[in-house]
Ligand binder design. Structure first.
Ligand code: AMP
Length: 405
């Protein structure tokens, strides 16, 4: 196949992040983002990584996603990487919710798009933005395969006892209420990379992946297949996050509605946007929280301890789910950078097998690496996630197979 480039698009409600990769060697040719789409202060930041082009930044109104993608196309064209190039093989889209239907990367047809639309009620914040991104890209290159890579796909292997909530089955099925999980592309990439770090095939190892970004989720991966994950019907369940509460007694919701006169939407905003670290201490950036902890701030210290306590509970639970654990892998903004979080989350777990070596944990690096001593029964790893590469890889494989079929 002569076309070897893949454009990866991650479309949010007011932003588009993009990367152009060449899949011959997985090289990034350009990366960038458009933010505040629809406002007067929209901003496009474009960085060419091949050749000698320089980082470029533009501010000024970009009315909608269509205008944003046209602006991106113009920037790429300036670097000789135009989207009209015959070298472009596919556009890969991150799609947050694929329900149970989409277990694999999927070529987007009208029927697929309609199904992504049918899932809007369970992903009201994310799927509409993803759909807008897809439609815009289709209009720009109608001849090109557009591939959807779903955040939920990796978790569709979860067995029913892990995926089902213990609620009335008829109600659950009528409204497609079950645990879907998210960040799947990252969990897939990181669990596979962790196996490689151990010199093993993914089918041979059991891994707990801790994706700790502003959103955070844990997964239990047995032999390369996800068997449990901490996010559920929506990304609200599970770990303490930057602004989300994670696990909470569901009765808190109707208690607030009855006693505090809050509406369903009020509680939704409270739990998704005003809880987690920001709700506990006013900050959701782990760097700032650690600075405050080191300066003796008690609120920040309690927020940090609550965050770590929840992490430990999930590590313990997934040790039990997996029975045997070969490695625990930390990834995403907090997991890759915050050594104190890694140290605190693993401290005291020697009885379960994982140990962190303080010196290895303190090393700053962009490489996947082990931070446990060789003697540890369970390895501890830091693995920088790369969701864009994974989306590009999955999209390219699919298109290659179509051409060869
Ligand atoms: P992500 O969602 O993966 O981009 O992660 C973003 C989060 O990572 C931020 O909100 C910070 O809490 C955290 N983070 C990023 N860089 C660092 C760092 N150097 N040290 C500690 N936390 C960091």
């Amino acid at each position: 196949m002569t076309a070897t480039r893949v454009l990866v698009l991650n479309s949010g409600s007011s932003s588009v992040k993009y990367q152009l990769l060449d899949m011959r060697d997985s090289a990034r040719l350009a990366v960038g983002l458009v933010e505040r789409i629809g406002e007067s202060t929209s901003r496009l930041v474009h960085t060419p990584l091949a050749g000698d082009g320089e980082r470029r930044e533009h501010t000024g109104a970009i009315a909608d996603h269509s205008a944003a993608l046209k602006a991106v196309a113009d920037e790429l064209a300036r670097d000789g990487l135009g989207l009209d190039s015959p070298e472009l093989a596919a556009i890969g889209h991150r799609v947050v919710h694929g329900g149970l239907r989409f277990t694999e990367p999927t070529v987007i047809t009208d029927e697929v798009l309609a199904e992504i639309e049918r899932l809007v009620p369970v992903a009201p914040l994310h799927n509409p933005a993803n759909i807008t991104g897809i439609r815009t890209a289709q209009a720009l290159r109608p001849d090109l395969p557009q591939i959807a890579v779903f955040d939920t796909a990796f978790h569709t292997t979860m067995p029913e006892p892990a995926a089902r909530y213990a609620i009335d089955v008829k109600t659950a099925d009528a409204h497609r209420i079950r645990r879907y999980g998210f960040h799947g592309t990252s969990h897939a990439y990181v669990s596979r990379t962790t196996a490689a770090l151990l010199g093993k095939d993914p089918s041979e190892v059991n891994v707990i992946v801790l994706h700790l970004g502003n959103g955070a989720s844990a997964s239990a991966v047995r032999g390369g297949r996800c068997v449990d994950t901490s996010m559920g019907l929506t990304p609200l369940e599970g770990l303490v996050m930057g602004t989300r509460s994670g696990d909470i007694d569901p009765a808190v919701t109707f208690h607030l509605m009855r006693v505090a006169g809050m509406s369903a939407d009020d509680v939704d905003v409270l739990l998704n946007k005003k809880s987690g670290l920001v709700g506990l201490c006013g900050d959701n950036d782990m760097r700032e929280i650690r600075r405050r902890v080191d300066a003796g701030d008690e609120r920040a210290a309690l927020a940090f301890d609550i965050y770590v306590h929840r992490l430990k509970k999930y590590i313990g639970a997934y040790c039990a789910v997996l029975g045997r654990v070969d490695a625990i892998a930390f990834t995403a903004g907090v997991g890759e950078n915050a050594a104190p979080v890694r140290e605190a989350a693993i401290a005291g777990l020697e009885g379960l097998g994982p140990v962190v070596d303080a010196e290895l944990n303190a090393v700053r690096s962009g490489e996947a690496r082990l931070i446990s001593p060789a003697s540890a029964r369970v390895a501890v790893a830091v693995v920088p996630t790369d969701e864009e590469l994974e989306i590009a890889r999955q999209s390219y494989e699919l298109v290659k197979n179509m051409v060869n079929a």
